[in-house]
Structures are given as structure tokens and as C-alpha cells.
Design a protein around this ligand. Structure first.
Ligand code: MSK
Length: 635
């Protein structure tokens, strides 16, 4: 199978100088074939030591596990646990930010501060905190306490969820009994109810999963808000994306993972003239070159314009260029294989978080109380490692695309306000009503070895843009579109339908760009998906309808992680029809599959569309958009 549609990735895979013993994610996938059919269908249960149990999907063998659990129960349990896993990741990410902001406010983490006071006030006001005549510090301290309460036993609906969605969403969740009152409590509840001998009702288990997904949304939104407060709310920025951003004459340091807490500080410290001089003295005539991988890459691209080297699935390939001097990782979506591949090159892999170590990597503990010192030490490791680079192993592809990123909800509203300062949403809504914008699609999620890298993303977006669907993207989806040149003004001219192109041109010119806005708006990392909900909620509230009525859909055509499962599930609860291009392990239960793709529609308005073929997926999404337009009385 073709590994990737990204020419830079295939160039390195075909020409790298690391030796024939190198195995990448695609080789290991081949080595795993054939994969377990029971696992693929979700019919394997290992929740107790009497197992593992497997249900025969053909009805010729066991139809129950040893405890008596049916296929429906086993599949529902597996899905709920995946949602809990994703939620735990986002909870940890968000809580880390809350603790750091608290330390900054109490003087324990002097390298952090409140960078965006307007965002602080806006978030605090939304959360019901008194703003008038109070200092930023007092407001922030109260916000921190409110945020901490979201993780514990709050006993009432979570503020970050309840204050950011339409009244209709709250009502729908209330009716189903899926309003969480604690982020971490929701995770614990799923783990409890899916352990041996607790919840055996598949529908009840699924409802627990939906509730946990709402907690995941809460954690994501909280993380986005706090990142913006501490590091600044992204604004449009022009940069480059793809492996061609690595430079032979510079010390190349890749920042990989998710949380901006370390990467943002490294991004700042990397412009220190003394460190640049050290790099030059080591022989790197172009000094330091910090690049991003995965969602840490998206965070520093959005806020600092730092080039994005590649996405999660091709993280090993960055090392195989032979010029990556250090790969610095925090947590999530980091393959342990990077340390193995690094043995074939000079790259130093540096882990930084106590919960995310890796055999073969060097661990430099990250300490927010000494963030700049820690970042400086890490950069020096990269400079030192540059000295042992082997010129015979260099294989840098030339491929890189211009990418305009930084479209936070505030940046989008800001651009629209240049068209109508009094009523910024009006131009967007007017054009949706007129059909110039047929609908909006949020692309989220990862890459997977099961699809040639980016293939589904690119195939789908070309067709949707031609049909005047405006695209927002996060996570590895945004990386795909950045690397394939969809985040440029030229892409609007090349791919957007007439109506969409006219709208993007008018906004771009009003905003002083003298060119159209890109047709794919990079709205952030995977934790930033709530930025799209903020836009949808604003549109829905202005129109006086629920989100579930809007011609807005979501797609994760190459989903991989448990985090993607959690995000997809809250998108459904949020009222968005959500396409998955990879079949999740639920087909072993007709009941669960039908509930997720059909029954849930009547309950929350959103539902999953499972379609591996990108062309059929586009047709399905366009039909849904048109159905929703008709529901609003729009042609
Ligand atoms: S990095 S969760 S592979 S989007 Fe956020 Fe990409 Fe998916 Fe990780």
C-alpha cells in the first residue's frame, strides 16, 4: 500500500540513509497483518482475568463472555473506555495549564504571565466572574479556582460546557441525563461502570460514554482558553509547512507532542542571541531552527509562526532526514519508535514530562518553576548534538508549502468585523443564507496507517471546496492541509467554488490582506476543536436555532487515537453529523452501531457517518448539509 500522499514523506522513506534495518510505522503495520478480526469488531474483552473472551461474529461459537456479557455489552464497554482514555488525556493537558497559571499568579512560575488580558476578561465574564474594577490577577485567581473545581466533585453542571453551547444542547443533554458535574469524575465513572460486573446494559453504557465525552469537550475548551490567556490568542500568521523546513546549515530542534507549556517557552528562548551564537560556534552557520511536529507544532505555529515539519504519523520520518539534532517531546501521540529510529542517526530524543518517558531517550525533567532554564538546557543539548551530525546521512526533501494559520474564533470574528464592524457575524450568515457558503465542515483527527497519509483529507477537501463548503481544520487535519498547500490565498482561487471564493476574497480584501482568505482555516491543535463550536454557537444563537439545525458537519477521515474518539463523540452530542473514514471497533454489535449512526440522531441531532470511501463521504456530507439547509428554509 502507498504509505503517504505527502511527497516529502515518500522522498525520505525512499531515499533515507539510515540503513535497511530501519522500520517505520508502515513496516510495523505490515508486520501486524492479518490483524485480529475480533479486535477489529470490538468483540474481544479483557476486563477480567478469566478472559480474554471473544464473541463469534458468525454465530457459530460463543455468543457470551464467561461472565455472560453479550457482544452488545462488550462493544459498548470498549467504546466507553476509549472515550474515557481520550478524556483523561485532555483532562491532564488542561489541568497542567491550570496548575501552571496558578503558579504564575502566586510567583512560583515566574516565566509565565497573563499574556492576553482581554481573553482573560472575556472567559471570566462568560464564566460569571465579576470583572469590573478588579485586577487581572484577582480575576485570574478566581478563574483558576473555578477551573480546578471542574475537575473535582463540583456537584453542578460544568461551567466551561454550560457557558459555551446553545440552550438547546443543554436541554438535550439534560433529557438524556448526560450532564457531567466533574471532568475526572466522569472518567472514573466510565471506568467503574465498565469494570467486571457493573453496567451490562449497552445503551446505558453508551450514555455514560456520551456524558464522558461532554466532560472531554469541557477539558478541551478549558485548555484552549487557558493557553490563550497564558500565551496569547492566535492571530493570522504566515509560515511554512513540511519537511523542507528543516535546514542543513542550522541546528534543527523539533518540538513534538501537545501542551504549549514547554514548547512556547522554547520558541521564545530560541531567539536568544547568545544561544544563536552558540549554535553558530558549533558550526551551524544559520543558527537555530525550531520546528514543530504534531499538535505542539500547531500550537507554536499558531502563536509564533514557527514552521510545521510534519504530523504525528510521519514523526519518525523527520528523524530520517538526518538533520534533526533534537526531538523534544511532551506528551500524547509520540511513538516510542522515535527513540529506536534515532539510534540510526545522531538525533537526541528528549523526554520532558514525568508521565511520558521512553526507553532510549534522555529525560530532562521539565519544571514550570524554572521554565526558561529548562528550555535553555534543552536547546543546548540540540546544539551539542549538531556536532555529531553525519553529512553522509542527510536527506532533506525540498517540499514545503506556505501556510497561513492562526484562525482562532477571535481572529475569524476580527476578520469579519472588517466587513461589518457593528455586526461581524452578519456577512457570514448572509452568505450562508444566500448559498455562497453552502455549509461548514470541521476536519479533525489524525492520520492512520490504514489510509495513505492525507489521502482522505485531500480528496474530500477538494470536492467540498468546489461545492462551496467552508473548511476549518485542527490537529493533524490542519497539518495535512498546511503541508498540501490548502492554507494559502492561491488555494482559494484554485479550489473554492465561485460563491465561496467571492466571500473569502471580499473578507481577505476588507481585512487588508489584498488577497483571499485561505479556504481551509487552521483553527488550532486537536484540543482546540471547541473553537469551531464557539463559531457554530455564535451563528446558532444569532439565528435563534440550535446547533443541530445548522448546515455544519464534522469529519475525521483518518482518525486514530482515543482522543479522536472522545472528540468525535462530543461533536455528535454537540449536534454535528460526524464522519469517520476509519471503521471504529463497533461493528461487532448491530445495536451499538445503529445507535451511533441512527438512533442517536433523534436524541441529540448529531450522529456518526461511517464511510471509508472519501467520495461517498463527500456525497453523504453534502446531502446532510442540504437537508439541514432545507430545514432552515434555505435553498
Ligand atoms: S496530534 S490526537 S494524531 S490529531 Fe493532536 Fe494528531 Fe490525532 Fe494526535
Amino acid at each position: 500500500m502507498t504509505q503517504s500522499t505527502d511527497r516529502a514523506v515518500t522522498e525520505v522513506l525512499n531515499n533515507h540513509k539510515g540503513g535497511s534495518q530501519i522500520q517505520t510505522v508502515w513496516d510495523r503495520y505490515e508486520a501486524q497483518q492479518p490483524q485480529c478480526g475480533f479486535g477489529e469488531l470490538g468483540l474481544c474483552c479483557r476486563h477480567c482475568m478469566q478472559g480474554p473472551c471473544r464473541i463469534d461474529p458468525f454465530g457459530e461459537g460463543p455468543d457470551r463472555g464467561i461472565c455472560g456479557a453479550t457482544a452488545d455489552t462488550i462493544v459498548a464497554r470498549g467504546l466507553a473506555r476509549a472515550i474515557a482514555g481520550g478524556t483523561a488525556s485532555h483532562s491532564g493537558h488542561a489541568l497542567h495549564l491550570v496548575h501552571t497559571l496558578k503558579k504564575a499568579l502566586t510567583g512560583q512560575a515566574p516565566d509565565y504571565a497573563i499574556k492576553d488580558k482581554d481573553k482573560l476578561k472575556a472567559v471570566a465574564a462568560r464564566c460569571g466572574i465579576e470583572i469590573k474594577d478588579r485586577s487581572s490577577k484577582k480575576i485570574a485567581l478566581e478563574l483558576v479556582e473555578l477551573a480546578l473545581a471542574e475537575f473535582g466533585d463540583k456537584g453542578e453542571p460544568l461551567t466551561w460546557a454550560a457557558s459555551t453551547v446553545t440552550a438547546g444542547r443543554i436541554e438535550a443533554c439534560d433529557k438524556l441525563g448526560i450532564v457531567p458535574t466533574s471532568i475526572d469524575g466522569s472518567i472514573a465513572e466510565v471506568m467503574h461502570r465498565t469494570t467486571y460486573g457493573v453496567d451490562a446494559d449497552p445503551i446505558n453504557i453508551l450514555l455514560g460514554g456520551l456524558k464522558c465525552a461532554v466532560a472531554d469537550y469541557t477539558a478541551c475548551h478549558l485548555a484552549t482558553d487557558l493557553s490563550d490567556i497564558i500565551f496569547g490568542t492566535p492571530q493570522p500568521v504566515i509560515s511554512k509547512a513540511n519537511l523542507g523546513v528543516l535546514r542543513e546549515e542550522a541546528v534543527n530542534i523539533a518540538l513534538h507532542g501537545h501542551n504549549p507549556l514547554l514548547s512556547d517557552i522554547i520558541a521564545q528562548v530560541a531567539s536568544d542571541p547568545a544561544l544563536i551564537t552558540e549554535a553558530k560556534k558549533a558550526g551551524a552557520s544559520e543558527g537555530l531552527n525550531v520546528v514543530g511536529i504534531c499538535c505542539t507544532g500547531n500550537e507554536i505555529l499558531m502563536r509564533h509562526g514557527i514552521p510545521l515539519a510534519t504530523s504525528s504519523i510521519s514523526q519518525e520520518v523527520a528523524i530520517m532526514t538526518g538533520v534533526l539534532d533534537a526531538m523534544v517531546v511532551d506528551y500524547q501521540c509520540i511513538m516510542p519508535a522515535v527513540a529506536t529510529i534515532a539510534e540510526c542517526f545522531h538525533t537526541k530524543v528528549i523526554t520532558t514530562m514525568p508521565i511520558a518517558k521512553m526507553p532510549g531517550a534522555e529525560h530532562i525533567p521539565f519544571d514550570e518553576e524554572n521554565a526558561v532554564k529548562c528550555a535553555t538546557a534543552i536547546i543546548r543539548q540540540g546544539i551539542e548534538r549538531f556536532r555529531s551530525r553525519n553529512p553522509d546521512k542527510i536527506c532533506i526533501p525540498h517540499e514545503s508549502s506556505t501556510a497561513i494559520a492562526g484562525f482562532s474564533a477571535e481572529a475569524i470574528i476580527g476578520a469579519l468585523s472588517k466587513v461589518d464592524a457593528d455586526d461581524p457575524l452578519k456577512p457570514l450568515i448572509d452568505n450562508i443564507v444566500a448559498g455562497n457558503i453552502r455549509g461548514i465542515c470541521l476536519f479533525a483527527g489524525c492520520n492512520t496507517v490504514k489510509v495513505p497519509q492525507d489521502y482522505n483529507y485531500v480528496e474530500m477537501v477538494k470536492r467540498l471546496l468546489a461545492e462551496n463548503v467552508l473548511i476549518m481544520a485542527t490537529g493533524c487535519a490542519s497539518s495535512a492541509y498546511a503541508r498540501h498547500g490548502f492554507m494559502t490565498s492561491e488555494a482559494t482561487t484554485k479550489y473554492a467554488g465561485e460563491g465561496l471564493a467571492a466571500v473569502l476574497t471580499a473578507i481577505g480584501e476588507a481585512a487588508g490582506l489584498e488577497a483571499p482568505l485561505p479556504p481551509v482555516l487552521h483553527i488550532g491543535s486537536c484540543v482546540d476543536n471547541p473553537r469551531a463550536v464557539d463559531i457554530a454557537t455564535a451563528i446558532a444563537n444569532k439565528l435563534g436555532v440550535d446547533i443541530s439545525k445548522l448546515p455544519v458537519v464534522a469529519s475525521a477521515p483518518e482518525a486514530t487515537t482515543e482522543k479522536a474518539v472522545a472528540i468525535g463523540t462530543w461533536a455528535v452530542v454537540g449536534g454535528l453529523p460526524t464522519h469517520l473514514g476509519v471503521i471504529p471497533p463497533v461493528l461487532g454489535s448491530k445495536l451499538v452501531a445503529e445507535t451511533l449512526t441512527s438512533t442517536v440522531k433523534d436524541l441529540v441531532g448529531g450522529y456518526f457517518v461511517i464511510e471509508p470511501d472519501p467520495n461517498k463521504a463527500v456525497k453523504a456530507l453534502l446531502a446532510i448539509i442540504d437537508e439541514r439547509r432545507a430545514g432552515l428554509g434555505l435553498s
